[in-house]
Design a protein around this ligand. Structure first.
Ligand code: DP6
Length: 380
């Protein structure tokens, strides 16, 4: 419930998690409503390591809506921000008119001041828009009394992937068929506690801003890539079914292989875009080789990578394989810093590497190739 003082100031603070897609969303059929050309599926990450925190204050004394992101004031007239604000206010009024709301009747006409901060680098390919818009929409809904079933459609209009951050665990965003987008919604496939052994590492190779944002990148892909149409029409529908099945069966080798194939296809589409888009860099390519060589050594998929619109790798693995793989990363990317400064987040036990494993991987070490690792897991 919002804190409400005598001056009519209401304040609400909420947090929202990051999600990382294993079947990627890339391409819109409607850019205003943010309707995708294919369904997608993601894993929501634990908020202890990665989250957005948003505070919204609302007062009759505020002259205008305003927003600060990571301490810097941004343009409130951003069309996507405006869509979210308008939609939440519309739902809140509707609820009030039907007599369902218990919150202060006047506040929906008051202006808001929004402050949002991330505990991770913005726009480094770590899906900050997803947690950012999910958090904004959720916090506004708490302030203005809007029901949770409506939030996924509102968050989607801020940033497509944001609709998936409203749920924990394994989440699908169904593309829907309606023109108004009312059925283009996120829903939970399995809860956060379904697969507790699943672990996540984010290998941060660069904290720089990405060169081509997802929105403009996917726009060019829709305009120019013939592969994209094939992916949306033929590949993703069957991959969605398979992904849901392997998650339900907790089949890591199948989950990992499909995750890597889908990441690779997304980046193939980026190359098929004209002019081409390069999100991966040399370090990303080396991480891809390392993962394949490691899996090859064991003759099974123990570790899987996925990359979004940036060079940082997200690694999925199982708890049992985590210490050794982190040691492999340390060996082949000798870090500048050690201990907790290199591996942040959840503690990873130390492990010894056999000479045979190092020899079989057969890669030249790249000192300082990875700046740091964030060790985390599925949200619960
Ligand atoms: C590669 O959701 O950031 O991370 O809807 O234009 O805001 P907009 O795009 P955005 O795109 C995310 C693309 C991706 C894949 C994914 O998260 O599914």
């Amino acid at each position: 419930m919002p804190e409400n003082d005598k001056q009519g100031l209401s304040v609400v603070t909420c947090t929202a998690p990051v999600n990382i897609a294993v079947i990627k969303y890339w391409g819109k059929r409607d850019e205003d409503l943010i309707l995708p050309i294919n369904s997608s599926l993601s894993v929501t990450l634990h908020q202890d390591q990665l989250k957005t925190t948003t505070t919204v204050a609302c007062s009759r004394n505020f002259q205008q809506d305003r927003i600060w992101l990571n301490g810097k004031e941004e343009d409130i007239n951003n069309p996507r921000l405006q869509s979210c604000l308008q939609e939440i206010r519309r739902f809140s009024r509707k609820r009030r008119n039907t007599g369902d709301s218990t919150s202060d009747a006047s506040s929906v006409s008051h202006k808001v001041h929004i402050c949002s901060v991330n505990n991770f680098p913005t726009a480094a390919g770590l899906a900050s828009s997803a947690s950012g818009y999910a958090c904004l929409v959720y916090t506004l809904s708490q302030l203005f009394g809007v029901e949770s079933e409506q939030l996924s459609a509102v968050a989607r209009q801020g940033s497509g992937s944001a609709c998936r951050s409203l749920y924990g665990g394994f989440v699908q965003w169904k593309l829907g068929t309606q023109l108004d987008g009312k059925d283009s919604l996120a829903e939970q496939v399995e809860s956060e506690s379904y697969w507790p052994e699943l672990r996540v590492l984010i290998l941060v190779v660069s904290a720089e801003q990405k060169s081509v944002g997802s929105t403009s990148g996917m726009h060019t892909s829709v305009e120019t890539s013939q592969l994209l149409k094939y992916r949306a029409d033929v590949v993703v529908p069957s991959r969605m079914e398979e992904m849901i099945r392997v998650i339900r069966e907790r089949d890591f080798p199948a989950f990992g292989e499909l995750t890597m194939k889908d990441s690779n296809q997304f980046h193939a589409i980026c190359l098929d875009t004209y002019p081409p888009i390069f999100y991966l860099n040399n370090m990303s390519h080396r991480i891809i080789s390392l993962v394949h060589r490691y899996n090859q050594y064991y003759g099974e998929t123990r570790v899987a990578y996925t990359f979004d619109a940036g060079p940082n790798a997200v690694i999925y693995t199982l708890q049992d394989h985590l210490p050794e793989f982190v040691q492999v990363v340390r060996h082949f990317f000798p870090p500048e810093v050690n201990g907790e400064e290199f591996v942040k987040g959840l503690t990873v036990c130390s492990a010894d590497l056999s000479e045979e494993l190092k020899r079989d991987i057969n890669m030249e070490p790249t000192p300082k190739g990875i700046r740091y690792i964030i060790s985390t897991k599925v949200k619960h």
